[in-house]
Design a protein around this ligand. Structure first.
Ligand code: HEC
Ligand code: HEC
Length: 413
């Protein structure tokens, strides 16, 4: 059995497991996790006193109205006048992004090629979610803390300090590094919560044979799979125990319009010239809710994104300069020759990618409700890409406290 066959077999096994779990859970009430890590993670996510100066938290740039992305092309930092250089991505399904890896991929003619896949951030510079959640705290253009000590001392003064201390125990509470480690783990556990992975969009119902799409959406789906070649990278098939993630998490240079300074993307991480300007394909789940688009927020509307894919190479003056013209993918996009009707059908299809639980959120709600069908983290823990880091190599000897350790204190939900 070669590697590809082994991978296929593993995927099949994972899909059947997912089905069993799905059936087992069907019809039950939504279960909200009360594990201390999740509750602490949620408090950290909503805490605006951890930044320097105070006033910014994760939620400042990842907001529910935009599926936990940011409607601004780039987000302002905690320090007035500072800005990041990339568009804040959605946190929905972020816990399912595979780890950064050089993968062998089967091609149509049966040969295999190697390519980078996965990783967090647009350029994959965080190997997994555990590595990712640490960076916003110390990024000068985000929460701007100088060091680990600054974070630990703020955590000790937080409004949830008592619960946090009870959870991690006295020894860890006094040790900056260990305390922060638990804060990062808590954020990861929080981002794994069922509400961030509901798979309850109309496309999910359609693919399960539970509902149909409108005629225009169905035509759009044909384009997505066929002439548009979208599904080559924004995968429609469930790839494991999950529903369709609408990304293969591979890297490409689409030649998007430049904004400010050149951004080397993946090439900046790997040092490989052919990878300059490549960025990770995002999931298209909830894409209607997350304008502006592309890693630098340079395209305002979804309609324009589709026009860009369709006609980039025949109307270059419309899109202007791109950072790395030499590595732009000119095979798979740029002159798709789609008709206006096909483009508007594709556009119609995009709204079938929006999760119902986000659409159902009412004004003032900070998080969506979890659906009954989504398995709780405990039951699918081993299938999250980060699970090997429960004992992180950077923190030898430290693993999560057994969970649940204590009943969470009242008021911590
Ligand atoms: C100032 C705005 C800002 C703040 C504050 C912020 N983020 Fe982000 N976040 C971003 C931007 C911008 C990116 C993309 C950056 C990049 O690719 O270089 C990002 C990327 C991410 C990603 C990666 C998603 C993906 O698809 O790769 C995750 C996960 C994330 N942030 C979680 C958090 C958490 C948790 C916090 C709080 C500890 C936080 N963010 C605070 C703006 C922010
Ligand atoms: C060869 C792989 C590939 C193909 C084919 C492809 N995409 Fe993409 N897509 C990407 C990558 C990579 C990005 C991110 C580019 C960036 O940020 O610079 C992206 C970004 C997007 C975005 C922006 C999402 C966001 O949140 O910013 C949309 C929308 C999108 N693609 C839709 C489509 C549609 C519709 C098609 C078919 C017409 C398609 N893609 C075909 C790889 C692909």
């Amino acid at each position: 059995m070669n590697h590809t066959q082994r991978k296929m077999l593993l995927r099949l096994a994972m899909i059947s497991l997912g089905l069993v779990i799905g059936r087992f859970l069907h019809g039950e009430e939504p279960r909200e996790t009360k594990a201390p890590a999740v509750l602490i993670g949620k408090r950290i996510f909503l805490d605006a006193t951890l930044s320097r100066p105070v006033g910014q938290g994760c939620f400042s740039c990842h907001r529910i109205e935009t599926a936990f992305a940011d409607s601004r092309p780039v987000s302002p930092g905690a320090v007035k006048g500072r800005f990041g250089r990339r568009n804040s991505p959605s946190l929905m399904y972020a816990a399912l992004i595979p780890g950064f890896a050089y993968e062998d991929l089967p091609t149509d003619d049966g040969t295999e090629i190697y390519a980078w896949e996965g990783g967090l951030f647009h350029d994959g510079r965080a190997g997994d979610l555990f590595e990712q959640v640490q960076q916003p705290f110390f990024d000068p253009n985000e929460m701007n803390l100088p060091d680990e000590q600054a974070l630990a001392s703020r955590l000790r003064e937080s409004t949830y300090a008592a619960e946090f201390r009870q959870w991690v125990g006295e020894e860890a509470w006094k040790d900056d590094q260990r305390l922060n480690y638990h804060a990062f783990r808590a954020l990861v556990e929080f981002l794994k919560e069922p509400m961030f992975r509901p798979f309850d969009a109309r496309i999910d119902d359609y693919l399960k044979g539970k509902a149909s799409l409108t005629p225009s959406e169905l035509r759009g789906l044909d384009v997505f799979r066929g002439d548009g070649k979208c599904a080559d990278c924004h995968l429609l098939d469930p790839t494991s125990w999950t529903g369709p993630l609408l990304s293969d998490y591979g890297y490409d240079n689409l030649g998007v319009p430049s904004r400010q300074k050149k951004d080397a993307g993946l090439g900046g991480q790997t040092g490989e010239p052919s990878e300059l300007g490549q960025f990770r394909a995002p999931s298209l789940r909830n894409v209607v809710l997350t304008p502006p688009y592309m890693h630098n927020g340079s395209i305002q509307t979804l309609k324009e994104v589709l026009e860009f894919y369709n006609r980039r190479d025949i109307e270059p003056q419309r899109w202007g300069h791109t950072d790395y013209p030499d590595t732009v993918n000119r095979q798979d996009m740029g002159d798709l020759k789609l008709s206006d009707q096909q483009v508007s059908d594709l556009l119609a299809l995009m709204s079938a990618f929006t999760d119902r639980s986000l659409l159902n959120c009412k004004d003032g709600e900070v998080f969506p409700a979890a659906t009954a069908e989504t398995p709780p983290t405990e039951e699918v823990r081993l299938y999250f890409p980060d699970w090997t880091h429960r004992k992180h190599p950077s923190y030898p000897g430290i693993c999560d406290p057994p969970s649940p350790v204590l009943r969470p204190a009242a008021g911590l939900r």
